[in-house]
Design a protein around this ligand. Structure first.
Ligand SMILES: [Fe+2]
Ligand SMILES: [Fe+2]
Length: 288
């Protein structure tokens, strides 16, 4: 299995895709993390180097980054804000969005996977598959299956957005895992099998210190009885990505059927607290 950011060429491609080193260096650290996840989900093919594809290390590395002021100066050069979800824009300079297929009258979670989660589904299916192979329980497999799908709508704070989106439909432990996986990405837990990725050291800087809201989220989750579930999402997350691998939905059909509270009237047509999120994903070309 190879990692999208294997080696120097891949890293250069990734940094170039974000607008160059000056832009990357000035992005807030969480934005870099989200940009990395977005790249992971996008499935961009990258040249392979000799770097260990599962490169993680509990010992620090080193990196040079530009200043925050230089990155902030790049914001007005873009035609969009970086929080905008993957389904909602094409970031290629000459790119256009595609005509989306109509959703069924009563859409299910799998309809969204097929027709709206085009950028996130491969990454999420691979994460869920890795969790399944590792013997994770079904609530954790479910969390892995959906953990980044909200990034089709919005990238910023995607753990919190994702948890709200799924809260009416999934077990509470699964949504807890979705909510806190984003903060836990920044904290090593070697006994659990998660060491801070070397790519993060290289991209975010060796001196990176997560801001207070990430730190407090981590501390809350770390002391919670469901910490294991949120940690499992990070363990099965970053390095589960292989752009060429296609994971079928079959292994997850029965798990979803057992736990996902599919509304009979269809996602978005029900009266849940997050129905509007599903409607927005179903109809992202409606202006109001
Ligand atoms: Fe994530
Ligand atoms: Fe992820």
């Amino acid at each position: 299995m190879r990692h999208i950011l294997d080696g120097a060429i891949a890293r250069r491609n990734f940094i170039a895709s974000l607008g160059g080193a000056a832009v990357v260096g000035l992005m807030p650290h969480e934005a870099r993390a989200d940009a990395l996840e977005t790249a992971l989900m996008a499935g961009v093919e990258t040249p392979q180097s000799g770097m260990d594809p599962s490169s993680q290390s509990c010992s620090p590395g080193s990196i040079h980054f530009p200043t925050v002021a230089e990155i902030e100066a790049q914001v007005p050069t873009r035609s969009y804000r970086r929080a905008v979800g993957s389904l909602l824009l094409n970031t290629h300079p000459d790119g256009k969005v595609i005509q989306l297929a109509k959703m069924p009258a009563r859409p299910t979670l799998w309809d969204f996977f097929e027709l709206r989660f085009m950028k996130s589904r491969n990454h999420c299916l691979q994460s869920a598959n890795k969790a399944l192979q590792a013997g994770a329980d079904e609530e954790v497999v479910l969390a892995c299956l959906v953990h980044d799908t909200v990034q089709e709508l919005i990238h910023t704070d995607h753990g919190f957005w994702g948890a709200q989106m799924y809260e009416p439909y999934l077990p509470a432990r699964s949504t807890f895992a979705v909510r806190y996986h984003a903060a836990l990405r920044f904290y090593t837990d070697a006994p659990a099998g998660y060491c801070y990725p070397n790519e993060y050291r290289e991209i975010f800087g060796i001196d990176y210190v997560p801001p207070p809201h990430i730190e407090s989220s981590y501390r809350f989750a770390r002391a919670h009885r469901w910490y294991d579930a949120a940690r499992a999402v990070t363990v099965n997350d970053l390095y589960s990505f292989d752009p060429k691998a296609v994971v079928k939905t079959d292994p997850f059909i029965e798990i979803v059927a057992r736990h996902f509270k599919q509304p009979p009237e269809g996602l978005g047509n029900d009266d849940s607290a997050s129905a509007h999120v599903w409607r927005t994903l179903a109809n992202p070309d409606l202006p109001l």
